[in-house]
Ligand binder design. Structure first.
Ligand code: NAD
Length: 550
């Protein structure tokens, strides 16, 4: 992606940064890789040790150091510091070692990093806009020195499965945007992480001396809505055409914001729509193994929030695309929430669950009984209840199905519904399994399984790249459907043979290009793009990708 213009004229050819200022600019710094000629021309002589290293050697040094660190949190801090010193080197290391690094800069480690945010905070990254800034948000956004094309914004109320972490949630937009750049080449300068600090109801944080957010209870009701609305208007005015991704909002806000803005602004909610696409892709892969059709599946979700209803809604659309009526498709998707099976007539059901509140079924309070009663072909865990897929649950699924589909998608690892090992062990190796957290390969009775993460990071980078490359005005469900099909088509026979329902992560940039092209195609076909379709959409997408090199 072409480097977006800096709003602050920091580097013109005549006054480009030199000397120490240059070494302290993470976007321009090459550290020990500055050549002799550059050192001479840029006032760097004496400021660096004499040996000139290649980027490859620098990257190897980073990895060697990283691997000596005892905990993932220390690795997270070290990588953050590198990001702050030398952006190109940071992304080189991430891109070339995505399997090893993604779990550190994103889930699961980012969850712990958010919990410890006040303690490990070093340099600010992104923008903190607090409810005290009301009336001045547009002014404040002008302080950002680059022209953003992509904002990931959270209010920190539902960080992963960890709950309300207030301003500490900043780790999530930062991590997601790093993945946009690493996995799909969205230029780092185009990326703006934002926390809307509307307070927190987390007592522990309110009493934590290191907490860096507002020490007040969350803004609610009309005050909250108008604050977010001011932000939305200001962001779109300051950065025309910007893509805004809502991230880790609690579900009462998430559905409301998505519905309020999706038809007028370029927005999406990854927890709802990105999750839906990655889960649907996993289902398509699983069905390639067991030979089933999506429209014949019965899916029981543990959880009835953003992820569950987002997935169920996209699955319903996909079942209808296979010829099912809407009523038939809905009836094949069932939700269990903290109060048991969602059924018609239950008091106080929130709006997003109503489509799945089926009539003619008595209430059931526990998940195992729901399985035995409904006889699902697939269970999908998105309730952030660690260990909820007990041995009895897994055995029941194996009894009902020759090859049960078991997706334990909750994050971080402590919230996973079951481990990969348990999923295979208690189904005698027959489960078609995907997980939300990374698990090592499992060997059972001489057979080796390679479980892969049903992680949104397969989807959102490509979707974002496609939307930005085409200049789409909106992000539509059709784009997520296209992304799901494309991701599933990237899974090879050799992947399926070892139990992997997703492609290997090191292929992510190739996968993202294909997803971006599919998404951009939808934008051109639906008249949402900024201009006519190019002859070669894939080439357009590729031409916009950031490559981390000096
Ligand atoms: P959410 O808060 O919107 O929904 C959580 C749901 O779980 C609610 O419906 C709640 O009633 C239900 N629940 C809570 N306790 C329960 C219990 N004991 N039994 C049954 N249901 C219970 O959250 P969400 O956005 O849907 O996310 C849920 C989980 O899914 C989180 O851990 C999140 O990290 C994970 N997730 C993973 C991915 C991925 O890529 N793998 C993507 C999105 C979300």
């Amino acid at each position: 992606m072409n480097r977006p213009a800096r709003v602050v004229a920091q580097s013109t050819s005549s006054d480009s940064p030199q000397g120490m200022t240059l070494l302290r600019d993470p976007l321009l710094n090459k550290g020990t890789a500055f050549t002799e000629a550059e050192r001479e021309a840029l006032g760097l002589r004496g400021l660096l040790p004499p040996c000139v290293l290649t980027m490859e050697t620098q990257a190897q040094r980073v990895l060697t150091n990283l691997r000596t660190l005892p905990t993932d949190l220390e690795k997270y801090v070290a990588l953050n510091a590198l990001h702050d010193r030398n952006e190109a080197l940071f992304f080189r290391v991430v891109v070339d070692n995505i399997d090893e690094i993604q779990p550190i800069i994103y889930t699961p480690t980012v969850g712990l990093a958010c919990q410890k945010f006040g303690l490990i905070f070093q340099r600010p990254r992104g923008m903190f806009i607090s409810s005290r800034d009301r009336g001045q948000i547009a002014e404040i956004l002008k302080n950002w020195p680059y022209s953003a094309k992509l904002i990931v914004v959270t209010d920190g109320e539902r960080i992963l499965g960890l709950g309300d972490l207030g301003a500490n949630g900043m780790g999530i937009p930062v991590g997601k945007l790093s993945l946009y750049s690493a996995c799909a080449g969205v230029h780092p300068e185009a990326c703006l992480p934002i926390v809307l600090d509307v307070g927190t109801n987390n007592e522990e944080l309110l009493n934590d001396p290191y907490y860096l957010g507002l020490r007040e209870r969350r803004l609610t009701g009309e005050a909250y809505d108008s604050f977010v609305d001011e932000f939305m208007q200001a962001a779109r005015k300051t950065f025309p055409g910007v893509l805004i991704q809502f991230e880790d909002f609690a579900n009462h806000s998430a559905f409301k914001l998505l519905h309020k803005y999706r038809d007028e602004a370029c927005v999406f909610n990854d927890d709802i729509q990105g999750t839906a696409a990655v889960a649907l892709a996993g289902l398509f892969s699983a069905l390639r193994v067991n030979g089933g059709k999506l429209k014949d599946q019965k899916i029981l979700f543990l959880g009835a929030g953003e992820a569950a209803t987002g997935i169920a809604d996209l699955v319903v659309s996909a079942m209808m695309a296979e010829g099912a009526s809407e009523a038939e498709a809905l009836r094949r998707n069932w939700l269990v929430d903290s109060r048991g099976l969602v059924v018609g007539g239950r008091e106080g059901l929130s709006g997003h669950k109503l489509r799945y509140a089926h009539t003619g079924q008595a209430p059931i309070s526990d998940f195992l009984t729901a399985i035995k009663t409904l006889k699902p072909t697939a269970i999908i865990g998105v309730a952030a209840v660690g260990g909820a897929f007990t041995p009895e649950v897994l055995e029941a699924m194996a009894e009902l199905n020759e090859q049960p589909i078991v997706f334990a998608l909750s994050n971080p690892t402590s919230k996973a519904e079951c481990s990969a090992e348990d999923a295979y062990r208690y189904t005698k190796g027959r489960a078609l399994f995907a997980c939300g957290s990374p698990y090592d390969p499992v060997t059972l009775n001489g057979r080796s399984f390679v479980p892969r993460q049903g992680n949104n990071s397969y989807i959102f980078p490509g979707v974002g790249l496609g939307v930005i490359a085409s200049g789409s005005k909106l992000v539509t469900d059709e784009m997520f459907m296209a992304a799901a099909h494309t991701l599933a088509n990237c899974v090879g026979k050799e992947d399926l043979a070892q139990g992997s329902l997703y492609p290997a992560l090191p292929r992510i940039r190739e996968v993202s290009v294909r997803i971006a092209a599919a998404v951009a195609d939808v934008a051109y076909q639906r008249g949402l793009a900024d201009g006519p379709a190019p002859n070669d959409v894939k080439a357009l997408v590729q031409s916009q990708m950031y490559e981390p090199h000096y």
